[in-house]
Design a protein around this ligand. Structure first.
Ligand SMILES: *Cc1c(COP(=O)(O)O)cnc(C)c1O
Length: 219
């Protein structure tokens, strides 16, 4: 009897297929397993299957489970994908390895200061409010060049752009727009695509896909 595919195998196959359709290499796409709301006992099986890159959306929640896991598995990479308050910048820089949610001048200042203090430079993505939604995190599209200039001047290692497109609309135009903004601003990495649309995002250039429920089940 064939063994059933694990969710991780299914997502990896989806990434490989989308990459191949787009003429890209699957190795050039980083799968970030978004483990928010899930405990270590749910995360461990994924680690045992070889997954090493994880993401959380809240600093405090991540502080509760990741220090022990990182002690046991030294090659784990932890990404912060949710909104960050400036007063948590030190905590975030101590625990995470990459920040996807840089979206305003005060946070650029706080992160640059925290990284200098900790002598630890983390790659950062600027989050863009690509659908110009009122409640959504991310900088306004018009504010991107200025924020990027400030971040570069402050020594923040900005590697790319991140977005969460509006729900319940075809995401492809938003992904394509984010890719264009990145190219226009000399940025190589694109953090875009979640459980429902990571294949589309890969076809449009995603280098980092953030997948939660397709790996861990519904929250
Ligand atoms: C929760 C979350 C994800 C993962 O969403 P799924 O639909 O469960 O894959 C991706 N990005 C961010 C910013 C999130 O908060």
């Amino acid at each position: 009897m064939d063994h059933a595919s694990t969710p991780l195998e299914t997502v990896r196959a989806g990434i490989a297929k989308a990459a191949s359709i787009a003429g890209r290499k699957a190795e050039d796409i980083t799968l970030i397993a978004i483990s928010k709301t899930h405990d270590a006992e749910v995360i461990l099986p994924l680690i045992e299957q070889g997954q090493r890159v994880f993401g959380e959306n809240r600093v405090q929640e991540a502080q509760g489970k990741w220090p022990a896991l990182k002690d046991s598995f030294h090659d784990i990479e932890l990404h912060l994908v949710g909104q960050l308050q400036s007063n948590k910048a030190d905590d975030a820089v101590a625990l995470f390895d990459c920040i996807h949610s840089v979206d305003r001048p005060s946070l650029v200042t706080a992160l640059a200061r925290a990284m200098e203090k900790a002598e630890r430079k983390l790659p950062c993505f600027i989050q863009v409010n690509i659908g110009e939604e009122e409640q959504k995190g991310g900088c306004a599209i018009a504010d991107l060049p200025g924020l990027l200039e400030q971040a570069r001047a402050a020594g923040l290692p900005v590697v790319g752009l991140m977005c969460v497109p509006p729900a319940d609309i075809e995401p492809a135009p938003f992904f394509a727009f984010l890719a264009k903004l990145a190219a226009d601003n000399g940025l190589e990495k694109l953090s875009m695509g979640m459980s429902g649309d990571y294949e589309t995002a890969i076809k449009l250039g995603a280098t980092h896909v953030r997948v939660g429920s397709a790996l861990f089940g519904a929250r």
